[in-house]
Design a protein around this ligand. Structure first.
Ligand code: ZN
Length: 222
């Protein structure tokens, strides 16, 4: 067998991750904030799923903590549910996954939506594409979105990007997303930070659902 062709000499063998801006804490007014849980479905998260991201299971617990605090503060909770019908062209890329109505399509039971949460079915990577997500966020007066879930550089990134392009402030906790490898994970963080000017937070626990304190020197308007 012929050895695999050597990569083009012009391509770097390794790349350095540029510095990322990562904060410990961020305060978000719960009345203007929604958490968007992206595609935490059995096929992506659970053993036996069709397209498992091995580290996705580790994010269940942090996401669950985040949702508990979001709901009790009054922040809205949205879920996206990747949804395909038989013969979807995406199956040529990824194989069959999250076929509507199957076990793999369901959101993992630990994060099952509660009363009042909103579940949006999407057919592509972007949670806004062809869905009522934008309209619903506007109806509820949302300005900030906390995006968690999987896969970091695919549906999380496309949904975060799409929110940022609509001028929502995007907040992403590092322990709330997962990817198939470190490169993909870091690539997602780089784009969210550098390109979309999102806020990267070290942990879900650093996200405070409270009105940000007035900054010093700010004159209240009476
Ligand atoms: Zn899909």
């Amino acid at each position: 067998m012929e050895p695999a062709a050597a990569p083009s000499p012009s391509l770097p063998k390794s790349v350095k991750v540029p510095p990322l801006r990562i904060v410990d804490e961020v305060a978000l007014d719960p009345q203007e904030t929604a958490v968007i849980v992206v595609d935490m479905q059995n096929d992506f998260v659970k053993p036996g799923g069709k397209l498992v991201v091995p580290t996705a299971a580790q994010t269940i617990e942090p996401i669950s903590r985040l949702l508990g605090r979001a709901r009790s503060s009054g922040a809205r909770v949205f879920y996206t549910k990747d949804t395909h019908y038989p013969g979807d062209p995406e199956f040529e890329i990824w194989g069959e996954h999250v076929l509507r109505g199957t076990w793999g399509w369901e959101i993992v039971e630990e994060l099952a939506p509660r009363e009042g949460d909103i579940v949006v079915e999407k057919t592509r990577y972007d949670g806004f594409y062809g869905t009522p997500l934008e309209d619903l966020l506007r109806v509820y007066g949302v300005r900030h979105v906390v995006v968690v879930g999987t896969v970091a550089n695919i549906c999380v990134l496309h949904t975060a990007a799409s929110a940022a392009l609509r001028w929502y402030r995007v907040v992403v906790p590092l322990d709330g997303i997962s990817a198939l490898n470190d490169f993909d994970y870091m690539a997602a963080l780089r784009q969210i930070d550098f390109l979309y000017r999102g806020t990267l937070v070290k942990s879900v626990d650093g996200i405070k659902f409270e009105k940000p304190k007035k900054t010093e020197g700010e004159t209240p308007i009476v």
